[in-house]
Design a protein. Sequence first.
Lengths: 180, 275
Amino acid sequence: MKIAVTAPLLLVSLAGASSSAFATQYLTVEQAQKAIFPEATAFKPATLQVTLEQMRQMEKLAGLPARSAAWRTFTAFKDDKLLGYIVLDDVIGKFELISYAVGLLPDASVKQIEILTYRESHGFEIRNANWRQQFVGKTAAAGLSVGEGIANISGATLSCTHVTDGVRRIAALAQVALKK
Amino acid sequence: MKRRAQPWLGTLVEISIADAMADTALAAAFELAFQQLALVHRLMSFHAADSDLARINRAPVGSIVEIDPHTRTVLQAAMQVTAASAGLFDIRIASRLVDWDLLPPAGQQLPAYQPQQLSFSLTPEGKLQKLGADWLDLGGIAKGYAVDLAIQSLQQSGVQNACVNAGGDLRVIGDSASEIMLRDPASPASMAYKISLQNQALATSASYFSLQHTERGSHSALVNGQTGEAMLDAVSVSVSAAQCMLADALTKVVMASGNAKHACLAQFGAHALII
C-alpha cells in the first residue's frame, strides 16, 4: 500500500516527533470520494469559510465548540445534479491522530463516514525479543511502521468519542452552511 | 491488502480484505460488511434512544418487548456465558457504568445493581419478557457479534482472506495465519506480544483505555458481575474462540476470575492468555 502524502500538516508535524509511529492509510481523499459517492462524475473542491454567527449556530446545534472557521469540502455532482458534500477533518485522541471524511446528503444528513488515516501518537515499539527477530530486515520502507506489514492490533477498546464528536460538529456545519 | 475503517459501536472498525478482487466486487463486499456493523450498532447501542436495547431498558417490569432476532441471539449468548461463569459476566451492569459516567445518563432513576439476578427471559416467540428493573449494556459482547456478522457477510460476498477488527475484538478468515499484536497493558502504546491466528476470533479486554480516577474513586468499563465492582488490574486478557461474540464475553470471565484456565473456556472451545 502506498502512503500518499496527503495527511494534513498538523498530523505530519506531530507524527514527526516520534521515531516510528504506527499508522495506517485506509483511503486517499480521492478513494474516499468514490467510496462515499460512487455514482458521482465530479467533485468540486472548496474551502468553506464560516462566519462568527454561523459558528455560534453550529455550537448550539452540536453542543460542542465550533473549533474551526475554515473547512475543506468537496461538492459531489452527477453531471449537473447535486449528490451531496464531503467534509474533511482531523481529530486528536489520547493515543491517536485520525483523519476522516464525512459524506453528507444535500439535506445535511450524514450519509457515510470513512476513516482516511489512523496514526498512534506515542510511537510504536516491539518489546518481545523472541519474535522481534521476525521483523529483522524489514525496514520502515518495507512496511513495519506503516501498518502494511503489521496486520492487526488487539487490545482494550479505544473509544472513538472524538470522531463521533467531530461528525456531530460537521453535521451542524452542514446544517448551517451547506444545506440546500 | 485493501483496508477500510468506519466508526461503529463506539470504536473504529477496520475491515481488511487480502483477496485479489475486481474494484466493484471489493467495494460491494466492504459496503455489505459495514452494513452489518451498522445494523448491530443500531439495534444494540445504549446511546441511541430507538435501539432494541434502549427500548428494553425503558420498558416497565413485567412487559413484553419485541426484539430483532439478532438482539435475541446476543441476549441468548449473554445468558449462556452468565450461567457458565456463575455471574462473573453479566450484562445487567449498565447502571454501574452510568453511575461512573462511562455511559450517558438515561434520564431515569438508576436501578441498584444486585448480583446473581435475572432481569429478563426470552419467550418461545422470540420476545423479551422483562423481569427486573436492571439496565442492560451489551458493550461487552455486541462488538464481537458484529465482527461475526461482518465476517459472514464477507464470506457471502466470496471473500476468502480477511480480518474484521472492532477496536481490538477481531476475527480472521483465510488460508494462512495472521499475526496479531497485543498491546502491553503497562504501556498500551507498545506491543507486548504476538499471536498467530487462523480462522479464529480473538478478543482482548483491559482497563488501560477506560480507567478513570475521580474523587469518587477509580473505575473502568470492565465490571465484575459477581461484585458489581470495576476491574482495575493492570493486566490484559485475550481470549481466542471460533466466534468473536464468545471470545468478547469470555474476556470478562477471565478478567474477573484471574484464571486463564477457567472451566467456562473449555465449554465454549476457547483459550485465554493473561499478560
